[in-house]
Every structure is written in C-alpha cells, then in structure tokens.
Design a protein. Structure first.
Length: 338
C-alpha cells in the first residue's frame, strides 16, 4: 500500500510539473476576451488590431460580438463582452454616463483625437492642383462666412439661382442641424440644402466632383475612407458655444468635439490587468484611421486585412503600447502571417 501511495503521488507531482511548465497549456486556460463589434469599419479594424496583439502578444483567445451601440454598451456592463475600442460618447451621452456610474465599466481614454464633422470643400478649389492642371478658383475660401462670395461656383443645376449644399441623408440628426446652420449663417439666400438619399449617395457626389476637378461643398465627417483617399478641407465656423448649440440658437457654431473613447468591463482589471494596461496605452490618429479605411476601400480588403495593414504600416506606433517581449511575439506572429 505504501509503495502504491508513493507511486500515485509521483504521478500527480509529474502531472503538476508538466502543467506548470507548459506555456501552451497555460495559454489555453486563459479566458476569452470578447470585443464589442460595432457596425462600422473603423471600430471593427481597431478590434482586430487590439485582438491580434492580445492573442499573439499576451496569449489570450479573443472573439468579436457584433451589435449596435446601445445593446453592446449594455453587454459591456453585464460582462457579456469585455472591451469596447470605439465609443462615440456624443451620440450616447446619457446611456454612457449611466454605464460609468454603475461602476461596471472603466474608461481608458481616447482611441483617437476628437472626431471632426462639418462642412468641407475639395482642397484644390483653394490651393489648386498643378499635377492635375487645376487652378485655384476660390483662393480666399477658408470659412463658412466666405461662401456667399463664391456661391456661383456651386450653382445647383436644378436651381441655378442658388448654390447646392450637399447635406446628409433625411432622418439623420445632422441633416436638420445643417439646414438650421445655413439659415443662422445667412446663407439661405445663396445656398439650398440638397438632401442626399444615403451615405453612399453623399460619397458618390464627393467622388464624382473630385475626379472631375469640380467644385463641391457639403457635410461630412472623419475618420472615413473618403477623407483618407481624397484631399478635402473643412471650412472654419465660429467656435462651439453651448448657448448657440440648440434649436433656439440655430446651431450657429461649429459641431462640438466628439470624444471617441475606449472602455472595458471592470472585471478585466482583475482577470487580465496587463491587457487593461495595453488598451489604456492604445491610441491612434485621425490620419492613421483615414489611411487604413482608404486602404480597405482601394483594395476591397476586409477588416482583418486592414488590421494587418495597420500593424505592418505603423510598427513604431503600436510597439509603444506594449512591453518589448510582447512586441517581439507580435512581430513574430506578423512575420508568420506572410
């Protein structure tokens, strides 16, 4: 009996030693980290950039849960998912504040600087483009207040007595806001808003004008592939003012800054503190986001390919987010992908 007991103890000890020394086994025991996969491309690309680093650099399996903003925010509170890489706070202020106050989510700073939205014109209208044989036709166009001077450049073919302002689609909140802005700036005498039927139609109007070197003025935002691929300039507006940003104030000022934040479920601080630290350091720029989205459009690439493009294109950026040993493992994984 004594010999049998010693033998059994040796087997158990050997098993424990093997389990303790096996990196693969230890890695497999880590819990899966789930990202909230919002319906727009930039969010999904960031998820896969972070997911690749977490999986190959830290050894955690990752997954992605598709959904819309509010349901995924609720899922983040309930720990149905653990990470949200791109929260547009301005769009969900009340729900986001309630989530923070619940104590179930932890904010980890900005993903990229406040996302702009406003009125744009092709830059070649202001500076010209010698390579394309385009001369500057509105060299002093810098602000919305300069538009009356140049309204004839934007003549609406269906209403030649006014310029055409390409507005966002009907039903979007910004569509009504832009209409009020036109009146507040005294531009309704010179311009008529043209409501495009969809985001695709709005993009098509921008691309068609740009490819032909023609004038265009209208509403858009960043980051988007359009702003990564084409050179547009945002027109200046009066600085944002709480008193003006309302129906009564006519929205007669610039759009407010829109923070784009990262957040995790509070449980991740205990289960994967090193991942939380990595996400806290994760930060990109508008230019990088525009470039990656432009890569997607130009190459008909999916979000996974776009994430690899980012990691290969900007090693000096992402390597600053992680310790050297993690960066080495991620770099090795990238080399193995090709």
């Amino acid at each position: 009996m004594f010999k049998k007991t010693i033998g059994l103890m040796m087997v158990l000890l050997l098993a424990l030693l093997v389990a303790g020394c096996g990196g693969e086994t230890a890695g497999e025991q880590k819990e899966t980290i789930i990202f909230g996969d919002y319906s727009w491309d930039s969010s999904q690309v960031h998820n896969r950039v972070a997911g690749f680093i977490i999986e190959h650099g830290y050894g955690y399996p990752v997954d992605y849960l598709f959904g819309e903003t509010i349901p995924l925010l609720q899922g983040l509170q309930k720990n149905n998912l653990q990470v949200s890489m791109e929260i547009w706070v301005l769009n969900i202020q009340e729900a986001y504040q309630a989530a923070l106050e619940s104590g179930q989510i932890v904010e980890l700073g900005k993903n990229f600087e406040d996302a702009p939205q406003g009125w744009y014109v092709p830059t070649y209208m202001i500076t010209g483009n010698p390579e394309r044989g385009i001369a500057p036709i509105a060299p002093d166009l810098r602000s919305v207040t300069d538009l009356p001077k140049y309204w004839e450049l934007f003549k609406d073919p269906e209403n030649p007595h006014q310029g055409r302002f390409y507005n966002s689609p009907p039903g979007w909140i910004c569509t009504a806001i832009n209409e009020q802005k036109i009146a507040s700036y005294g531009l309704d005498e010179f311009f008529a808003p043209f409501a495009t039927g969809s985001d695709a139609a709005l993009i098509s109007s921008m691309v068609a004008a740009y490819e032909q070197g023609k004038p265009w003025v209208g509403y858009y935002w960043e980051p988007t592939w359009v702003m990564g691929k084409l050179d547009f300039t945002m027109l200046a507006e009066p600085a944002y003012d709480d008193a003006l940003w309302s129906d009564a104030g006519g929205y007669g000022c610039a759009y407010p800054d829109c923070p784009v934040l990262k957040a995790v479920n509070v449980s991740l601080q205990e289960s994967a503190p090193e991942v939380v630290e990595f996400i806290a350091h994760y930060q990109t720029t508008l230019e990088q986001n525009n470039a990656v989205l432009a890569f997607m459009e130009s190459n008909q690439a999916d979000v996974a390919a776009a994430a690899l493009y980012f990691l290969n294109q900007y090693p000096d950026v992402w390597q600053q987010w992680v310790p050297a040993d993690v960066a080495a493992r991620v770099s090795q994984a990238l080399n193995e992908v090709h």
